[in-house]
Design a protein around this ligand. Structure first.
Ligand SMILES: [Zn+2]
Ligand SMILES: [Zn+2]
Ligand SMILES: [Zn+2]
Length: 511
């Protein structure tokens, strides 16, 4: 029995508690069921906090009514089955977050270049990469670049009269901030900053995006000069989008938007639908779309109260009334011009876009410097070690959750997200494959590996659910590894597996 060397020199950089002694690790490795434990661990993808289940699966012969056990956790190490926690946050579980990251990358990439059940011809469809930002809520330290990508000073103001805000603060900044400058995203005058608008933008951003998706075909139809109904018969807009926090703590969106023919077979749209046309429609839709928070909050309150009577729900006061829009910096870049159109040479590479957007799909699961769980109440907020700007946003989320008119946003649960309640990766139907499908493919793959000659029932026949009934009974038995030694071996094995994966990928890249 060998203990991996890396496991005997436990690294504590995972922040998961004190290290186990070498003795404890050796003891674990000497256990008779160590190999089975290792195999279970590998089957969870080396999850750092697996869910432990107890239970059994019985097979019942439908013809005879005879029951026999197929599987029982009593035969497993610790009498439990371990299944992956599925947590997407890297510091909560490096292994599961790695699996999620890979799946996100596959989903994004297969919609660009095909694969995973998507035809490769999808790579010829018109496609753009769009970034929709949030509007300004007040002056913050920022990085700006000119057209050639050279960095510009933050907020230079030559005229002394423009340097002071109504609160008497200097709102100019002549610095050129480096990318890691902690000042980035901080306000120049907190009293000038519209914190409520900011939190409402984060909270209602997913609704604003939904409206944008509805407006987009309308704008396409308008540009082509046809009705929406005719448009629906010719083309379908498909997308995948990720949300990213900007330094100021507001969410913006990156999206890959593609045009297909209607239907689920990934056919190209008619040639008149080009990426240039799509880009114009995106700019027009992003400029036109808005969300009136008064109407939106009233709708949420009516729905929650189960009434149509606006007199029966809280009035949305002027303090919460905003017209939310996207910022005017809408960036649309061509990934592919369209069927039969020559490239201009300035197209983005599909691979680069997939990697870029996949990075955000996973990186932005928590905002920088923020806790990964909701922060409840003023005392907990005061104790946070983050910037005053973030603290103000978190406090406001907390206060708004107590505000009768805004309570339906449930912001007390999203304080740590600065009010953002959406998913970080969403896609339209038929953009490409799904997380569920990728997961099921993995399960099938593992099953085939475990039973190369096919699964057998307890009577030695090929398992066929038409002849036997499978009865499963499971009970939750806890979360996480039971001992420090187990946890450390799991983390070390996970790190090795990821390293292996990374090297394999690099080899593919080099070939
Ligand atoms: Zn996990
Ligand atoms: Zn500055
Ligand atoms: Zn001010």
């Amino acid at each position: 029995m060998t203990v991996p060397a890396v496991a005997l020199t436990p690294r504590s950089d995972h922040g998961l508690g004190a290290g186990a002694s070498a003795g404890a690790l050796l003891e674990l490795a000497a256990r008779p069921d160590f190999h089975r434990w290792e195999a279970q661990l590998a089957a969870t993808g080396h999850c750092a906090r697996p869910v432990r289940l107890q239970g059994r699966i019985d097979a019942i012969d439908k013809a005879t009514g005879q029951a026999r056990p197929i599987y029982d956790t009593d035969t497993e190490p610790g009498a439990v089955l371990r299944i992956p926690c599925g947590n997407r946050r890297e510091h909560a579980c490096p292994a599961c977050s790695h699996v999620y990251k890979n799946d996100a990358r596959q989903i994004i990439r297969s919609g660009l270049t095909g694969g995973k059940g998507i035809p490769e011809s999808v790579a010829t469809h018109p496609c753009v990469f769009a970034t929709l930002t949030a509007p300004g809520f007040g002056p913050v330290h920022t990085t700006r670049t000119d057209r050639r990508g050279h960095k510009l000073p933050c907020r230079p103001r030559r005229d002394a009269s423009q340097r002071r805000c109504p609160h008497g603060r200097d709102i100019s900044c002549s610095r050129t901030h480096p990318d890691d400058d902690p000042r980035l995203g901080q306000t120049l005058c907190p009293d000038c900053y519209d914190y409520t608008g900011h939190v409402l933008f984060n909270a209602c951003g997913p609704d604003l995006w939904r409206r944008f998706v509805i407006y987009l075909p309308r704008q396409l139809a308008r540009l082509v000069g046809i009705t929406q109904k005719t448009l629906r018969g010719q083309v379908k807009v498909r997308f995948v989008k990720v949300a990213e926090y900007q330094a100021r703590g507001v969410v913006h969106y990156h999206a890959i938007i593609r045009l297909d023919a209607p239907g689920q077979d990934y056919q190209p749209p008619p040639a008149r639908y080009t990426a240039a046309l799509l880009a114009d429609a995106i700019r027009a839709a992003a400029a036109a779309v808005f969300l009136d928070t008064t109407a939106h909050l009233t709708r949420l309150n009516l729905k929650a109260a189960g009434t149509d009577d606006t007199a029966a729900v809280p009035v949305v006061g002027a303090n919460l009334a905003r017209i939310l829009r996207f910022g005017n910096q809408v960036d649309v870049r061509t990934v592919r011009a369209g069927i039969g159109l020559p490239g201009t040479g300035s197209e983005l590479s599909a691979q680069a876009v997939a990697n870029y957007i996949a990075k955000y799909a996973t990186k932005t699961i928590s905002a920088p410097g923020l806790p990964d769980r909701p922060v409840y109440g003023p005392n907990a907020i005061a104790a946070l070690r983050c910037t005053t700007h973030y603290k103000r946003l978190i406090s406001l989320c907390w206060e708004l959750s107590k505000h009768p008119a805004a309570a339906q946003l449930g912001l007390n649960r999203w304080t740590h997200m600065l009010g953002y309640r959406g998913h970080f990766l969403t896609k339209s139907q038929c953009y490409s494959t799904t997380f569920t499908r990728l997961r099921n493919d993995r399960i099938t793959y593992r099953r085939i590996q475990r039973h190369p000659n096919g699964e057998k029932d307890p009577w030695g026949r090929d398992l066929d659910e038409r002849t036997v009934l499978l009865m499963a009974a499971w009970r939750y038995a806890g979360t996480g590894h039971v001992t420090t030694a187990e946890r450390q071996l799991a983390l070390a094995a996970a790190a090795r597996a990821r390293e292996h994966d990374r090297i394999a990928k690099e080899e593919i890249w080099m070939n």
